[in-house]
Write a protein that binds this ligand. Structure first.
Ligand code: CDP
Length: 235
């Protein structure tokens, strides 16, 4: 069985998905973390993100020399990608980078990596493989629309953008990140914009997804809403 939880940054997806998976004895897959792992790899490889943001398809013939080089480097990164997930910890080239992938520098660049067609193809393939013959809750942007359009239950979480920024601010301050609420708010708006307007698998609500606005709800209330939808869908 597949439960798909989609929605914009900070809408509560990962907290809800993680807790629900524990309670329902499902496996949890945080697909956003996978895009973050590829972004971290590209940052480590010193890919120029200024140029990368204009590239959405690595098979395009670009005449510009610097673009050609970036395309080749991104292809190499994807071919040799070595990522792993064990017990909700994330590994890049065998190293645990679970904290690093949440850093603002990754958040600032991830949407430009996630809009590249071949990045999505690669990660969607891994997500499907990972979920084979298991009960899985996946959270992301395109789970109910592209990765598992036949998921048994689809949830679309939304929340007011400032509320989402405040939630993320609290998380990052606990990790001693040097960042302001305003910076996070701007990043969230920017990511919402890139994620919802991109050509490949944009962030949209699946037609048959249930939308839950989490702005004024507690985590428990959202989980209860989803559990009751689950009971109804099982009937
Ligand atoms: O946790 P947060 O909402 O900040 O984001 P995330 O779930 O870690 O996802 C980071 C980024 O990865 C998103 O802003 C999207 O650009 C991308 N993403 C995606 O394109 N498709 C997914 N299924 C999951 C994430």
């Amino acid at each position: 069985m597949i439960i798909a939880i989609d929605g914009p940054a900070g809408s509560g997806k990962s907290t809800i998905a993680k807790e629900l998976a524990n309670e329902l004895d499902f496996v949890y897959l945080d697909t956003g973390a996978m895009y973050r792992l590829v972004t971290l790899k590209a940052l480590n490889e010193k890919i120029s993100f200024d140029s990368l943001k204009n590239i959405v398809d690595l098979s395009e013939n670009k005449n510009n020399n610097s673009d050609f080089e970036i395309i080749q480097n991104m292809k190499k990164i994807l071919e040799n990608l070595n990522i792993d997930i064990k017990k909700n910890r994330f590994f890049l080239d065998e190293i645990d980078v679970s904290d690093e992938i949440r850093k603002p520098v990754v958040s600032e660049n991830v949407s430009n990596v996630a809009k590249i067609k071949q990045v999505r193809e690669k990660l969607v393939g891994l997500q499907r493989k990972f979920s084979k013959s298991k009960n899985v809750i996946l959270d992301g942007r395109d789970i109910g629309t592209v990765v598992f359009p036949n998921a048994e239950l689809k949830i679309f979480l939304v929340a007011d953008a400032m509320e989402r920024a405040k939630r993320r601010y609290k998380e990052l301050i606990l990790k001693n990140e040097d960042i302001t609420l305003d910076e996070i708010y701007k990043n969230i708006l920017e990511r919402d914009k890139i994620d919802s307007t991109r050509k490949e698998s944009p962030l949209v609500k699946a037609q048959d997804a249930f939308e839950i606005d989490t702005t004024f709800k507690t985590i428990e209330e959202v989980k209860d809403d989803i559990k009751s939808l689950l009971r109804k869908s099982a009937k």
